[in-house]
Design a protein around this ligand. Structure first.
Ligand SMILES: [Zn+2]
Length: 173
């Protein structure tokens, strides 16, 4: 997948082009699917600076047994390490699900310029669903509504499979 093409030659401070936005979000989906294979709730995040991917991660809460191992936290940490700075004011973060309160706070703390997410999270979403933690901050947040159904279906399938496996395990006892 090429995320380096910038056909219209926008200035670098304009953030990713539409083509790179599509690439960033689809890479976030790749990360989500990857971690789901290990039993983690499928959520993926990608950090881009201008038109370059600097970090990508999936939610590893189950794999690491770490309540803070959400995709956004892991991606921010990796991006900061790679760039050698905690201020990510030139970064755009793509995430397949509306960030929770912990991740919203981390994204604001990192001074992330822009967050683009796919599906809303009605129980924990901190952009518009439950809380509005980005209001009055320097971080711009938009929902990519065109990517929302894919994320919602991915999560629904994951929980359906999980319930199926739990039923089968009970029936074997
Ligand atoms: Zn989170």
């Amino acid at each position: 997948m090429s995320v380096n093409e910038n056909p219209r030659g926008q200035p670098r401070f304009a953030g990713p082009s539409r083509a790179n936005t599509l690439a960033g979000m689809s890479l976030a989906f790749v990360m989500a699917h990857r971690v789901a294979e290990a039993g983690n709730v499928p959520v993926g995040a990608v950090v881009m600076v201008a038109d370059q991917v600097v970090a990508r991660a999936g939610n590893l809460r189950e794999s690491l047994q770490d309540p803070t191992a959400h995709a956004e936290i892991l991606a921010l940490r990796d991006a900061s390490q790679r760039l050698g700075r905690w201020r990510l004011e030139d970064a755009t973060v793509f995430v397949t699900l509306e960030p929770c309160a912990m991740c919203a706070s981390a994204l604001v703390q990192a001074r992330v310029k822009k967050v683009v997410y796919a599906a809303t999270e009605p129980k924990t979403g901190a952009h518009q669903s439950v809380l509005r933690l980005f209001e009055g901050t320097a971080t711009e947040v938009v929902q990519d509504a065109s990517a929302a159904p894919e994320s919602a279906e991915m999560l629904a399938r994951f929980f359906q499979d999980l319930r199926q496996r739990e039923r089968e395990a009970r029936n074997r006892q």
